[in-house]
Design a binder for this molecule. Structure first.
Ligand SMILES: C[S@@+](CC[C@H](N)C(=O)[O-])C[C@H]1O[C@@H](n2cnc3c(N)ncnc32)[C@H](O)[C@@H]1O
Length: 321
C-alpha cells in the first residue's frame, strides 16, 4: 500500500537505460556511473533494489539484466519501456500522479500543474513526445484489432470516418476485411502523416483518405459512420460536446456515431479513470453519462457491443431517422 518507491525505481531504471545496458555485459555501478552521469553510490542503491526485484542479478563482473528485467528493454516489444521512460508521453504524464490530490480536490488534470500547459500542447511542441504517444497507441491496440474487426458489423457502413484515428491501424484492418468499404482518418498533422504512410504501405491509399486537422473544426462529410475510439474520455464534458457536435454536423441524417471506449460499469478499469483525470481532466463515462452527453445533439443509443480490452462500441443514431 505504500509502494511509490518500486514504481519509481523501475521508471528510473528504464530512463537510465539499465535493462538494455546490462543485458549482455555485466557492469558495476562505479563503471557505469560516469557514462550515465549519475552518482555511483546512489546508482548502486538503485541497482541493489532492482536486484531485490529480480530485474538485475549480481555476477562476479557486476550487475546483469535478468530475463525478467529484459521485459523493460527498448526492444522488448511489449510497450513497457515507452510507458515508463521519464521522457515519453505516458511516462512523463504519469509523473503528474504525485499531484493526484490536486485533481481530486479540483476535478482538474494535474498535468498542467506540473508542466505549465496541457498534454496535447506539449505533444504539439515536442515531436519526440508525439512519436512516443503514437507508438503507445499502436502498441495498445495491436492485439485488440482482430477482435474489434470481428466483434462488430462494420460492413453496414460504406465509409467510416475515424475521428482522432491516430495512425489508422484499426481502420486499415477494417478496410482489409471489407473490400467494399472506404475510410477516412482525421488527426493532427504529425499523426495524420503516420496514417498516410500506413495506408500507403498496406496498399489502401485508394480507399483510405487522411485529413490533417482538428476535430474541434468542421469534419469531412461523406461518412456513414463517425468513429470516436478512445477520444471522448480524453476530454471534459464541454470539449466532448464540441467533438460530438462536429461529428453530428458532418454525418448524414441516417448516419451513425460510434463511440468506442470503456463504458463505466461494463468491464471498466478503475485505474484508467484516474489516468484520464490526471493526464487530461477527462474520464470514462457510464452509459447514462453518454446518453446525457449525446441527447442535446439529437443522438440516441442504438446498441452497446462489448468488444475487447474493456472497450464497447456504443452506436448512436440521430433521432428520429
Ligand atoms: C487516445 S488517442 C486515440 C487514437 C486512436 N483513436 C486509437 O484508438 O488508437 C487520441 C487521438 O486524438 C488525437 N487528437 C488529439 N487532439 C486532437 C484534435 N484536436 N483534433 C484531432 N485529433 C486530435 C490524438 O492525436 C490521438 O491520435
Amino acid at each position: 500500500m505504500s509502494g511509490l518507491i518500486t514504481p519509481m525505481a523501475l521508471r528510473v531504471a528504464v530512463t537510465l537505460g539499465l535493462p538494455d545496458r546490462l543485458r549482455d555485459q555485466p557492469a558495476t555501478a562505479h563503471s557505469l556511473a560516469p557514462d550515465l552521469k549519475v552518482d555511483p553510490l546512489a546508482l548502486d542503491l538503485l541497482l541493489a533494489h532492482l536486484t531485490t526485484l529480480g530485474v538485475v542479478e549480481r555476477t562476479d563482473a557486476g550487475y546483469r539484466t535478468t530475463s525478467f528485467g529484459a521485459l523493460l528493454g527498448a526492444d522488448a516489444g511489449n510497450g513497457l519501456n515507452n510507458l515508463l521512460h521519464h521522457d515519453t508521453a505516458a511516462g512523463r504524464a504519469d509523473l503528474a500522479f504525485v499531484d493526484l490530490i490536486h485533481s481530486v480536490r479540483t476535478g482538474e488534470p494535474a498535468y498542467p500543474l506540473r508542466y505549465g500547459q496541457d498534454f496535447w500542447t506539449d505533444l504539439a511542441e515536442q515531436p519526440h513526445l508525439r512519436d512516443a504517444f503514437d507508438r503507445q497507441m499502436n502498441d495498445r491496440i495491436r492485439d485488440w484489432i482482430p477482435q474489434i474487426v470481428a466483434g462488430f458489423d462494420w460492413s453496414r457502413f460504406g465509409t467510416v470516418v475515424d475521428v482522432g484515428g491516430g495512425h489508422g491501424s484499426l481502420l486499415a484492418a477494417v478496410l482489409a476485411a471489407h473490400p467494399a468499404m472506404r475510410g477516412h482518418v482525421v488527426d493532427l498533422e504529425a499523426t495524420a502523416a503516420g496514417a498516410r504512410a500506413l495506408f500507403d504501405a498496406q496498399g489502401l491509399a485508394d480507399r483510405a483518405e487522411v485529413t490533417a486537422g482538428s476535430f474541434f473544426d468542421p469534419l469531412p462529410t461523406g461518412g456513414d459512420a463517425y468513429l470516436l475510439f478512445d477520444i471522448l474520455h480524453d476530454w471534459d464534458d464541454e470539449q466532448a460536446h464540441r467533438i460530438l457536435a462536429r461529428c453530428v454536423e458532418a454525418a448524414p441524417p441516417d448516419g451513425r456515431i460510434l463511440v468506442v471506449e470503456s463504458i463505466g460499469g461494463i468491464g471498466d478499469e478503475t485505474w484508467f479513470d484516474l489516468v484520464m483525470l490526471v493526464h487530461f481532466g477527462g474520464r470514462d463515462r457510464g452509459l447514462e453519462d453518454f446518453k446525457n452527453l449525446a441527447a442535446p445533439h439529437g443522438l440516441v443509443v442504438e446498441s452497446v457491443t462489448p468488444v475487447v480490452g474493456g472497450r464497447s462500441v456504443l452506436e448512436f443514431r440521430k433521432h428520429p431517422i
